[in-house]
Design a protein around this ligand. Structure first.
Ligand code: GTP
Ligand code: MG
Length: 294
């Protein structure tokens, strides 16, 4: 983010080191890594540690929150990951029954070889063992609950909800390992830190929320100016270019004003607007928005 001091933010809570170790301890039991990344930020929401940990495993990349992402951009990402990176990848809304059915079908394909092997050896079949991993708040526990068909894992709209890893069983088909969200100890770039923060993978209380919201406002303007203008009843005619921060900020304040973020005495309540704006983005109220393109 804009401020140099932001580098000092503690991105890496202590429990992540423990979680990484716990995941490593379970790896020998795992057949498949289902990596849950966020379709709005499909680059930054991937933690390279996961691919590394599961180098010898099957790997399925799920882009969750596809209902909130720009559908054409999501198609481009799927193309990129499937064609260029030779990954198995699916984009899903984890609250959609149709998408979950597609996902189940895909998982069954990974189970098939295990079933065949057992059969050829005259052994009893066993469930497909799946490690569900990813950065915080991407929907890992939501996915597990959906497959199990009941609320077995805790789900909330903030990062860091799952604290311990544990195996959960779905009938005779799957065994699922829910794991805490993992961030890299050093996030690779300022852009990645921004994307993770905007999508909700980093705890809001350690973020400079006002800087984050203003940067998000400018980023959304780049690709979705009409949606932004509509929702906040502003117009961008006064802007000379994308670096015209002063006029941008004026427009941003107008947006805050239109949404009633005004303190007694008439000053703009920028903190309240920052929270509101982030919540609007995260719940898809502005438009279906993707912050990264392949
Ligand atoms: N709109 C939308 N919301 C989703 C989707 N998947 C998950 N969510 C929401 O995202 C939030 C986080 O979901 P969780 O399942 O707790 O995420 P997690 O990856 O387990 O998070 P941690 O345990 O904190 O790492 C919840 O509010 C879910 O309802 C999706 O595909 N679309
Ligand atoms: Mg969780």
């Amino acid at each position: 983010m804009a401020d140099r001091n932001d580098r000092n933010i503690q991105w890496y809570p202590g429990h992540m080191a423990r979680s990484t170790r716990q995941i490593k301890e379970q790896l020998s039991r795992v057949d498949l890594l289902v990596e849950v990344a966020d379709a709005r930020v499909p680059l930054s929401s991937r933690n390279p540690l996961l691919s590394e940990l599961s180098r010898n495993k099957e790997h399925l990349l799920l882009l969750s929150h596809a209902d909130l992402a720009d559908p054409t951009v999501t198609e481009d990402w799927l193309d990129f990951y499937i064609q260029k990176e030779k990954l198995r990848a699916l984009a899903v809304c984890l609250n959609s029954a149709v998408d979950l059915a597609r996902l189940r079908k895909e998982l069954t394909k990974f189970h098939q070889p295990i079933l065949e092997r057992a059969q050829s050896k005259g052994r009893q079949s066993r469930p497909l063992r799946i490690l569900v991993g990813g950065v915080p708040n991407t929907g890992k526990s939501t996915l597990i609950n959906a497959l199990i068909g009941k609320r077995s894992a805790p789900v909330e709209s903030r990062p860091g909800v799952t604290r311990t890893i544990r195996w959960l069983r779905v009938g005779t088909e799957f065994e699922l390992l829910d794991s805490p969200g993992l961030l890299e100890a050093k996030i690779s770039s300022d852009d990645a830190a921004f994307a993770l923060a905007a999508s909700g993978a980093i705890k809001d209380d350690i973020l400079p929320l006002e800087d984050l919201a203003f940067r998000l406002f400018r980023e959304i303007y780049r690709h979705y100016p009409a949606d932004l203008a509509d929702r906040y009843e502003v117009n961008f005619d006064a802007l000379t270019d994308e670096e015209d921060f002063v006029n941008f900020y004026e427009i941003y304040l107008e947006a805050a004003q239109h949404k009633g973020c005004i303190l007694t005495g008439g000053r703009i309540d920028t903190e309240r607007f920052a929270r509101m704006f982030l919540a609007d983005f995260r719940s898809g109220k502005i438009a279906r928005i993707s912050l990264e393109r392949p």
